[in-house]
Design a binder for this molecule. Structure first.
Ligand code: SF4
Length: 439
């Protein structure tokens, strides 16, 4: 029985895909092992967004070869799609597979016999038209269910459409059948993920359904306690979705909505499909229906043309908005994107100063959000996350909660009252004693 190990870089989508590919291996009789357990085969799933993707990839290959010098090393993922030739030159790599090939890995690499030449199987991205549902089962608590891939938007800073291709998904029925499989396991929370999930519903080039249809159908699946929507574009987060989440027992009141800039001038330069007024409207709508909802925001600082004035517009806009935390990204140039051709490049020092300012703002927002919720009762899903005698979990509105460790709490939903904020910045609960009734 050949032993195979996996390593994943990048986003939740990559994790869900690695997990699905690893199940394919297990079904074919391979033994899945940890990286250090002398595998015969290493599969490395790469990311193009990660800083220094090339260096990271080289480092992992080098480690793999140190552990098992005669192993077969295959590289897949976004970076493999963007730079297949470059990767094939890394010492120790046996095969490079692109976006159209990665789910046929076992079939394409046959018996994983080493050859003189590196096998490069990366079609042009326009050929990546098929869709593969994927989900991760890494721990028992939470699963990332991929419902959509690719993107038809062309944001000026983004390489994802080049690495993952056009927007596509499978049918609602196929997602529901994956959700039912997950429901039969111990997993309690399913996070719907995709590159541009709000654009769900394009099957073989034609729109067949919309994301809101999926949301309503998946809400019916018995045996899943919690459903969470991962990052969704503000222009696609419509009233129908917000209203439905507000009334659903399974969808949690947590939204992650990329803003990227609070300046309309910069939003236009970025090629985003909304203006700040629409964003503000989405936030107000969510908060009017779900005052305790958590809203996370992605923001990029230092995009070309972002003057001090435009940055301050972003800062003040976010400061005034009723949001709960920020994910701050410092703009960095990516090959083959329109933004690299743009004038008025922001010096690195300014980029990092702005990033620091927004990170401090994020901490302020998070603390305020936590404080507003103290004394209220929520349901926490405790995870296998134990540090210094404390077990951690998240409420439905994404507040990180700590409680005294008790092994019985792992992967359990408990109703708790949020007591106080501890020195680590988590909300502490004293008595997580009420058992939550499963839906
Ligand atoms: S919406 Fe824009 S940022 Fe998001 S994946 Fe598509 S092109 Fe990239």
């Amino acid at each position: 029985m050949k032993k195979v190990a996996f390593y994943t870089l990048g986003c939740k989508l990559n994790f869900s895909e690695t997990s699905t590919i690893s199940r394919q291996f297990e079904e074919k009789g391979f033994q899945k092992v940890n990286f250090q357990e002398n595998p015969d085969i290493f599969i490395i799933n790469t990311c193009s967004v990660t800083e220094n993707a090339d260096k990271k990839c080289k480092k992992i290959v080098k480690e793999a070869k140190k552990i098992s010098p005669n192993s077969y090393v295959a590289i897949i993922g976004c970076y493999a799609q963007l730079k297949p030739r470059e990767i094939s030159e890394i010492k120790g790599v046996d095969a490079v597979l692109g976006a159209a090939e990665k789910f046929r890995l076992i079939e394409l690499l046959d018996d994983f016999a080493k050859e003189q030449e590196v096998k490069v199987l990366a079609s042009e991205i326009k050929d990546a038209t098929t869709y593969h549902t994927a989900y991760s089962i890494n721990d028992r608590t939470r699963t990332f269910l991929k419902v959509q891939d690719g993107c038809n938007y062309g944001c000026a800073f983004c390489t994802i459409p080049l690495a993952r291709g056009k927007s596509r998904s499978s049918s609602i029925e196929s997602v529901i059948s994956a959700a039912k499989e997950i429901a039969s396991t111990e997993v309690k929370e399913v996070v719907l993920t995709g590159v541009n999930i709000g654009d769900f519903g394009i099957v073989e080039g034609k729109r067949q359904s919309r994301f809101e249809d999926l949301v309503k159908e998946i809400d019916q699946v018995q045996g899943i306690d919690r459903l969470r929507i991962s990052s969704i574009e503000p222009n696609l987060l419509n009233n129908d979705i917000i209203s439905f989440v507000a009334t659903s027992n399974r969808f949690v009141p947590h939204f992650h909505v990329p803003l990227q800039s609070g300046s309309n001038t910069i939003l236009r330069k970025m090629g985003r499909r909304y203006l700040r007024e629409l964003y503000e409207d989405r936030v107000n709508r969510i908060k009017s229906l779900m005052p305790h909802a958590c809203i996370g925001v992605d923001v990029i600082v230092g995009f070309p043309g972002e003057t001090d004035e435009y940055f301050l517009e972003t800062y003040n806009f976010l400061n005034d908005l009723d949001i709960s935390y920020l994910h701050v990204f410092t703009y960095s140039e990516r090959a083959n994107t329109r933004a690299t051709e743009m004038p008025d490049v922001v010096p690195m020092k300014k980029r990092s100063e702005r990033s620091k300012m927004l990170r401090i703002l994020s901490e302020k927002k998070r603390r305020k959000f936590y404080e507003e919720n103290l004394g209220k009762t929520f349901t926490v899903l405790f995870e296998d996350d134990v540090q210094n005698g404390k077990i951690h979990g998240f409420t439905e509105n994404y507040i990180r909660v700590a409680a005294k460790y008790d092994p019985m709490l792992v992967n359990e939903l408990k109703q708790v009252t949020l007591d106080y904020i501890n020195e680590d910045g988590n909300v502490e609960v004293l008595e997580p004693e009420f058992i939550y009734e499963k839906h």
